[in-house]
Write a protein that binds this ligand. Structure first.
Ligand SMILES: Cc1cc2nc3c(=O)[nH]c(=O)nc-3n(C[C@H](O)[C@H](O)[C@H](O)COP(=O)(O)O)c2cc1C
Length: 246
């Protein structure tokens, strides 16, 4: 199954828990059930820092009350490599995205850009399939890792792709420069301002996801699509109550 499990989900040695707020999203919505977050990383390397970063992010999200799934891209074919995209890894990725209310995307920077592995995952998520919309209306947090000095090329591109996938990309972001210096031999991230930034981003993602969840369907309901469906609006209807398929 193309899912990665966390070895030690509750162990967060780089986090100073005395500054962590319980019930982060209190006051931001009546539905405080666990936000469902899908995390994607963009590398097949055995010791991948983009994977290790999303694993740190997933532990934090769980601590903040979210449910998380990390997709493992190892088995994913290239787009159109398999007829009709009929491949278990493609099905799983799409199902996970349908399940999710928010995403985290963390790409390495390669030649100043996101990796093909990252883009392949996004390319396998159609804007719409059979009336279902696997990404539209979801929140998104963008992250990158690199080996050089501080750079934002990959997060900028991920933001652009977030717009393309009709997602709500949160303002904060994480870019871990010289990522190879930030992890110990135990593969855990050391305490640093980079780690603290990941905490900030995950806090913000949880808050925005809870804030937007009652409205996400409505926020992607569009005049042009209603027109295309050819079903005119009944003026006597209460449009605040229209249920919209995401
Ligand atoms: C072909 C190639 C190109 C790279 N290009 C850049 C780059 O443009 N800027 C940079 O800072 N690091 C670059 N790197 C370093 C990677 O970003 C770094 O090794 C990162 O940790 C890879 O992600 P991963 O650990 O998740 O595999 C490059 C690495 C490779 C192999």
């Amino acid at each position: 199954m193309p899912l990665r499990t966390l070895a030690d989900p509750t162990h967060t040695p780089a986090l100073d828990r005395s500054f962590v707020i319980d019930q982060l999203a209190l006051g931001l919505g009546t539905d405080q059930s666990p936000p469902r977050i899908l995390l994607l990383y963009g590398s097949l390397r055995e010791r991948s820092f983009s994977r290790l970063c999303v694993e740190e992010a997933a532990r934090l999200l769980q601590l903040f009350g979210a449910e998380t799934r990390i997709f493992d891209p190892h088995d994913l074919p290239l787009p159109d490599q398999v007829a009709g995209d009929d491949h278990p890894a493609v099905h799983e990725l799409r199902e996970l995205s349908m399940w999710s209310e928010g995403h985290v995307w963390c790409s390495p920077e390669r030649h100043g850009q996101i990796t093909g592995v990252m883009k392949t995952q996004i390319d396998h998520l159609p804007l719409s399939m059979g009336g279902m919309r696997p990404t539209q209306g979801r929140t998104l947090a963008v992250m990158q890792v690199s080996a050089g000095s501080q750079s934002f090329n990959s997060v900028n591109t991920l933001r652009l792709l977030g717009r393309w996938m009709r997602m709500f990309t949160i303002p904060n972001q994480s870019s871990v420069a010289m990522a190879y210096k930030e992890f110990g031999e135990d593969d855990r991230m050391r305490a640093s301002s980079y780690y603290d930034r990941i905490v900030d981003v995950m806090e913000e993602l949880v808050r925005f996801t809870v804030l937007l969840r009652p409205h996400s369907g409505k926020l992607v309901d569009r005049y042009s699509e209603r027109k295309e469906r050819g079903v005119p609006i009944d003026p006597s209807m209460d449009h605040s109550a229209i249920a919209i398929v995401r």
